[in-house]
Design a protein around this ligand. Structure first.
Ligand code: HEM
Length: 456
């Protein structure tokens, strides 16, 4: 049968197409489109045609089956103004070479060492917490994962760089991942946000180049990720240039801290609403850890904690959709996809589809029992993407989420300040609009007091 020409979709307005409902509430728009029009839905935005895909086979086809037909989508490519030719934004042979160089540094066996940093920094954060205190947990997690990133990525002393990095990253993320990027993709349109963006990039560049320079001069090789990237060699013995290192470090900072912070924030939000799951977790920690700080070696012995993290990423995927652009005409699900079409692989929709998950909106960590994640067909559950461009930091992130959750959760449980549902801001990442406001309650376990004293 000849391919049908255009998939169904909402009609929209002349010129702006479906922009207004998208800007108003993209999650609601995609959910409604999947319900009303099916697995391939056409949406129109100024200057671009988007096909949103809602079936695992189609996701798997784009990410794994024929990745050579597709490159990153326009919005992701715009990030190259910040990330240069880092792993997220590069393509083709250059990407393949960089991925080969970087991959060994992310092997699970190399990551164990970072577990100690993760729990030590969590301990340090907990020093400021007090029983009965109200906190914005999302802010706490953003600070924590950035500190962990700075230490594990380039051994940066938090006191000196973290504040500057934090302020600059906030400015670039607000700009790059927000509305401005849609409306003013050209950085040289002189808006105040564009000015803040450029200043922030300069600050980050200064810090990162200084750190690269210090690492090159250092005679004591350290175990951080930058040192591993510095030592990595191509087949012809060449190494990454300073510019390549800068792009990869910037990419890791951006890709690797907010996503994990979001995962932890949503885990805590869900646990505060599900006391049974929270009790099951506490029981696991009591049995396996008995009050001591967890280590990377404990992670496989904390299955329930891992299920909670997986289930939280199913319901609230931090990267809630993945974009690609077709670089040649192709056919998807019987529809002709012209070259240049933007494809949107929609975690938010697929992860909540009753065809693949029973009671899809319910928080049920037990659904991940017996390693069921490995038996799911490709494209059903893809918080880290899939195929050759799957998240290089997935083991790092899982380890960090489990260790931080177990370290915090052994000492504090949380209640939500409000029982209103979370307002979500779906930019490049899925953010809680007003943070995650909780009251923290110290657990009355002797062992935890002991840990607190040791870390002090
Ligand atoms: C829960 C936390 C995380 C989530 C949900 C997440 C999600 C993702 C997703 C969905 C992709 C694929 C994007 C695509 O195919 O277009 C990706 C790629 C990537 N992620 Fe993560 N990520 C997380 C943590 C991390 C961490 C901790 C790091 C670094 C230490 C990292 C570094 C990267 C890099 C470099 C890429 C690009 C890989 C490539 O194209 O070769 N991510 N991530």
């Amino acid at each position: 049968m000849a391919p049908l020409h255009v998939p169904p979709g909402p009609s929209g307005y002349p010129l702006i197409g479906n922009l207004i409902p998208f800007l108003r509430n993209p999650l609601a728009l995609f959910t409604q489109c999947a319900r009303d029009y099916g697995d391939v839905v056409r949406l129109r935005f100024p200057g671009m045609e988007v096909y949103s895909l809602h079936h695992p086979d189609l996701t798997a086809y784009v990410l794994r089956g024929e990745p050579r037909y597709f490159i990153k989508d326009q919005l992701t490519r715009r990030l190259s103004n910040l990330l240069g030719q880092g792993l997220v934004t590069s393509e083709g042979d250059f990407w393949r070479q960089q991925r080969r160089l970087a991959q060994p540094a992310f092997q699970p066996s190399h990551l164990h060492h970072y577990g100690t940093v993760m729990t030590a920094y969590t301990d340090r954060m907990l020093h400021d917490w007090q029983d009965g205190q109200r906190r914005d947990l999302h802010q706490d997690m953003m600070h924590l994962t950035l500190e962990i990133a700075a230490k594990t990525f380039f051994d940066s002393d938090i006191a000196t760089d973290a504040n500057d990095i934090r302020t600059a990253l906030e400015a670039v993320m607000t700009y790059d991942m927000g509305l401005s990027n849609w409306l003013f993709p050209d950085r040289w349109v002189p808006t105040p946000a564009a000015f803040r963006f450029r200043r922030a990039v300069r600050t980050l560049d200064q810090i990162i180049y200084r750190i690269i320079h210090q690492h090159r001069l250092s005679t004591h090789p350290s175990a951080d990720l930058l040192s591993r990237l510095l030592a990595a060699r191509n087949d012809d013995d060449s190494q990454m240039t300073d510019q390549q290192l800068r792009d990869e470090v910037m990419t890791l900072l951006l890709a690797g801290h907010e996503t994990t912070a979001l995962t932890l924030s949503y885990c805590c939000y869900l646990l505060a609403q599900h006391p049974k799951a929270e009790q099951a977790l506490a029981a696991e920690w009591a049995q396996v850890l008995d009050g001591r700080t967890p280590t990377a070696a404990d992670v496989p012995r904390l299955p329930y904690t891992t299920w909670v993290v997986r289930e939280s990423m199913r319901l609230y995927p931090p990267a809630w959709g993945i974009g690609r652009e077709a670089i040649q005409d192709c056919v998807i699900d019987g529809y002709h996809v012209p070259k240049g079409t933007q494809l949107y692989l929609n975690q938010w929709v697929v992860h909540r589809d009753p065809r693949w998950f029973d009671e899809p909106k319910a928080f049920k960590p037990e659904r991940w029992e017996n390693d069921s994640v490995k038996r799911l067909p490709h494209g059903v559950y893809f918080p880290f993407g899939d195929g050759p461009r799957i998240c290089i930091g997935n083991h790092f992130a899982m380890m960090e989420a489990v260790l931080v959750l177990a370290t915090v959760g052994q000492r504090y449980r949380m209640t939500l300040v409000s029982d209103r549902p979370l307002a979500l801001v779906p930019s490049v990442t899925l953010r809680p609009k007003h943070g995650v406001q909780v009251v923290v309650h110290k657990r009355p376990w002797k062992e935890h007091e002991r840990i607190g004293t040791e870390a002090a």
